[in-house]
Design a protein around this ligand. Structure first.
Ligand SMILES: [Mg+2]
Length: 419
């Protein structure tokens, strides 16, 4: 029988070893120069740019005030009233009846986005767009090789912000650091039209004070779970040994263990192919009940499976897309243990995904299914059969074997296509 003291020692030893490993790898990793650019109130800023009468006023892009739509974006003048994206437009109206409500013009946002992306390309080809208005840039080489930047990613970031402003008349904020996690954290700190640099020596102190919700990747559910475990800030999180975080949060636990120490080795991924296959259907008449929806999804699933077979692919993540009668789109994703290979492995997940939406309470005009994180199926036997889970690496599996439902964002369709 192990005493408490012994197990405590075991823990300390494990922690020591981890600390040494990370110290070493971090030296190399902190040489990188990563910029995260995030446009300020993007859709709303494009509207204010194109419509002078909207400038200086609370502006809401999204659903009309008396519809069931939501706020897709709002100007900083509207944020003063506590309005934020994904809030129901009706609530936004209650909080700020004098606000101007306009429908999104996605073509305009896409045009602006394309120009912004082309500006990024002038500085590096290592650009990873996250959405229409956000991207990571790895400028390590550019900072080093071009004399006028004198090794400073901050100079590059400021020049990019200036060029965006000169060419598009829109403001952007930038975060500069030695990894993606910190760069993204930084871009949010001096918004709007600001820049923030987090240097290798500063990260840990800054993270210690940060509420866990501010850590990229910690959503509402995880925040709640962490708070229950007594983890409210980075400082609390840092007290947890790696294996206990993994016990509590599965694979994500390792991610939390690392980021609270300012460690994030993910590279800026510029060849982010759209590795997904999907099928969707718009209905002549809106579907009202979940029985109809499940039946429709079965048919969509048949098409999806055909397409997957044509590509000889397995997938890890299934996404249900649903457009309500008012055109608002929601997606719900799931990454089950064992992956997705045949019809049954997909259809068994559909009821659970559907209950995570307001389907049934709200009418639905479109349903779609897509699979992502594809892997080529090298075994032809596996391609035919259902029992092939072993070739697919499990993703996001919780330690208790349950599957985690992710993604609660509200997107508009056209935005979704670019994500
Ligand atoms: Mg933005």
């Amino acid at each position: 029988m192990q005493t408490d003291e012994q197990s405590l020692q075991g823990e300390l030893i494990v922690q020591d070893r981890v600390a040494v490993i990370y110290e070493r790898s971090e030296t190399a990793a902190s040489d990188r120069k990563i910029i995260h650019i995030d446009m300020d109130a993007f859709f709303a800023s494009v509207e204010q740019r194109d419509n002078p009468e909207y400038r200086g006023k609370p502006l809401i892009v999204g659903g009309q005030p008396h519809s069931r739509g939501v706020v897709a974006a709002c100007s900083y003048e509207a944020r003063v009233f506590g309005i934020h994206s994904a809030m129901p437009s009706s609530q936004a109206y209650r909080q700020c009846p004098q606000a101007i409500f306009v429908s999104p013009r996605f073509d305009a946002y896409r045009d602006a986005s394309r120009l912004i992306q082309s500006i990024f390309q002038r500085y590096t080809d290592k650009v990873e767009p996250l959405s229409l208005d956000e991207a990571y840039l790895d400028v390590t080489d550019r900072a080093r090789t071009e004399q006028r930047f004198a090794g400073s990613a901050q100079r590059i970031a400021n020049e990019i912000r200036q060029v965006i402003f000169d060419e598009l008349n829109l403001t952007a904020s930038a975060g500069v650091s030695y990894n993606k996690f910190l760069a993204k954290l930084a871009s949010d700190r001096n918004k709007p039209n600001g820049i923030c640099v987090i240097k290798p020596g500063e990260a840990e102190a800054l993270l210690a004070l940060l509420p866990v919700r501010k850590f990229h990747g910690v959503g509402q559910a995880t925040e709640r779970k962490m708070n229950k475990l007594g983890i409210a800030t980075g400082q609390d999180l840092k007290k947890w040994p790696q294996h206990e975080l993994v016990d509590a949060f599965g694979k994500q636990g390792l991610y939390y263990f690392n980021i609270v120490r300012g460690i994030d080795h993910r590279s800026v991924n510029n060849n982010r192919e759209r590795k997904s296959i999907g099928a969707e259907r718009t209905f002549q008449n809106d579907l009202q009940n979940t029985h109809e929806m499940l039946a429709a999804l079965e048919l969509i699933c048949d098409t999806l499976i055909e397409r997957m077979k044509a590509k000889n692919a397995y997938a890890k993540t299934l996404t249900l897309k649903l457009r309500y009668a008012n055109f608002e789109v929601v997606t719900r994703s799931i990454s089950p243990n064992g992956g997705l290979s045949d019809k049954q492995s997909i259809t068994r997940l559909l009821p659970a995904l559907l209950t995570k939406t307001e389907a049934g309470e709200r009418a639905v005009r479109l349903l779609g299914l897509s699979v992502a994180h594809l892997q080529l199926d090298v075994s032809s036997a596996a391609a035919r059969g259902a029992d092939n889970a072993s070739v697919v690496e499990p993703a996001h599996d919780n330690s208790d074997g349950s599957i985690e439902i992710q993604a609660v964002n509200v997107f508009y369709t056209s935005q979704l296509k670019l994500l």
